[in-house]
Ligand binder design. Structure first.
Ligand SMILES: Cc1cc2nc3c(=O)[nH]c(=O)nc-3n(C[C@H](O)[C@H](O)[C@H](O)COP(=O)(O)OP(=O)(O)OC[C@H]3O[C@@H](n4cnc5c(N)ncnc54)[C@H](O)[C@@H]3O)c2cc1C
Length: 388
């Protein structure tokens, strides 16, 4: 979205402004990249630019699952890359959660996190053996919970579920975004909102008002990468996801982060007794492509059916929303330098798992920029040939 001459924001009027590293995208990953860069080299002048406000994209619209995993199950990762790489992909997000906890969550009382564990629910007609290969319980410590131990209404539809034994979290993603923003501002990192970057030049990035001169650029635009440059279309596809927040009657004594792979649904209860539910993307797959904001009636209705019929709750709608995610061909993120008019890095394509992977991905991006590493973990698996 751009602004007209009459609507234009007045907050940023610095012709000739220059910076060492300009990060396009003030989502979780862009802000985290700025945080890591300033940790690694406090002398760097760093600027984050967002075309709306920080957290405007998926980072402020997600379900708040901070869970270990990737878009693909272990079985598929193992088939594609072998056991060692499959395990290290899953461990990438585990490390990410630990890094986020050690560096941000633990020391930020304004972020209200709830410790939790994820459970993958299996339908009545599925046995615990059916999914063993997908999750490799031999490699990761999972506990099988039988249906009588589930919340009673769930026990009628599910045979049980695998509970991941590692520490995971329920988060309010906007609290993390605001906390990161505050700590960056305290470090004198400039955060410019309501200005879009639209073209890279050898000097920097052209915006709606000025060219911001920069030595290095980071494109932390995730689902908006193909919109930023058409050459990115073969590498990242923008897909929408729908969310619903409801109040419910009675108790829901199920503390987990719930995944139901058969119905492609994920849901959880927040500390203030709100049920947050998302998924069912496959019901409207052709319409859920693109980076514009739109509610899907078929998905929203189906999420409501799920609350009523599968979870077994009477509910009242509080809020509906949609968000844009960036998917890659492999479902693995792209973190690498690309050919461009000036030194440019891409970090994006989280395929729906950017909160779980983003902090570690940001550290890798910062390490590429400072020269601490020459290749990210993911480009070691697959490096793309991208020219802007
Ligand atoms: C409904 C939904 C539920 C999800 N649930 C989960 C979950 O529970 N757990 C999980 O791990 N992941 C989840 N995800 C995925 C996760 O939210 C994303 O992977 C993650 O937020 C990506 O962060 P990002 O910073 O890379 O991108 P974004 O948050 O999308 O940030 C990109 C930013 O770029 C800005 N921008 C765009 N174009 C320009 C431009 N030209 N110039 C300047 N700025 C620009 C946008 O305004 C935006 O703020 C979910 C996503 C959605 C949509």
């Amino acid at each position: 979205m751009t602004f007209s001459h009459w609507q234009r924001p007045h907050s940023f009027s610095l012709p000739g402004f220059s910076t060492d590293v300009l990060i396009l995208g003030g989502g979780f990953v862009g802000l985290s990249t700025a945080w890591w860069l300033s940790e690694m080299d406090p002398s760097l002048k760093i600027t984050v630019l967002d075309r709306r406000q920080v957290g405007e994209g998926a980072s402020g619209r997600n379900a708040g699952f901070l869970t270990k995993g990737s878009a693909q199950f272990y079985r598929e990762l193992n088939r594609l890359y072998g056991k060692e790489i499959a395990l290290s992909i899953l461990n990438f997000s585990d490390t990410s959660i630990q890094l986020l906890h050690q560096n941000i969550l633990r020391s930020s009382p304004e972020i209200k996190t709830e410790k939790s564990q994820s459970i993958t629910l299996l339908k009545k007609n599925q046995t615990s053996d059916a999914w063993k290969g997908d999750f490799s319980p031999e490699e990761f410590s999972f506990e099988w919970i039988d249906s009588p131990q589930l919340f009673p209404t769930l026990g009628t539809g599910f045979s049980g579920g695998y509970v991941n034994s590692i520490q995971e979290y329920k988060i309010n993603p906007m609290q993390i975004i605001q906390s990161l923003k505050m700590s960056l501002e305290a470090r004198k990192i400039q955060i410019v909102e309501n200005i879009s970057g639209f073209e890279l030049t050898p000097e920097g990035c052209r915006t709606e008002v000025h060219t911001i001169k920069a030595k290095k650029i980071v494109l932390a635009l995730n689902g908006y990468l193909p919109q930023f440059h058409p050459s990115l279309k073969p590498f990242v596809t923008a897909r929408r996801a729908q969310m619903l927040a409801v109040e419910f009657e009675g108790e829901l004594d199920s503390p987990y982060l719930h995944y139901d792979p058969a119905d492609l649904v994920y849901w959880r209860k927040s500390a203030d007794n709100v049920l947050l539910i998302g998924g069912k993307r496959m019901l409207d797959v052709d319409n859920e492509v693109g980076d514009f904001d739109r509610l899907s009636a078929v998905i929203q209705n189906s999420l409501e059916d799920y609350i009523r019929d599968t979870i077994g709750l009477k509910y009242k709608i509080l809020h509906r929303w949609a968000g844009t995610m960036g998917f890659t061909g492999t479902d693995l993120p792209i973190i690498q330098e690309v050919q461009a008019p000036l030194t440019t890095y891409i970090v994006g394509g989280f395929s729906g798992h950017g909160m779980g992977m983003g902090f570690h991905a940001a550290k890798q991006t910062a390490s590429l920029i400072t020269g601490e590493i020459t290749e990210s973990f993911f480009s070691g698996i697959k490096k793309e040939s991208i020219q802007l």
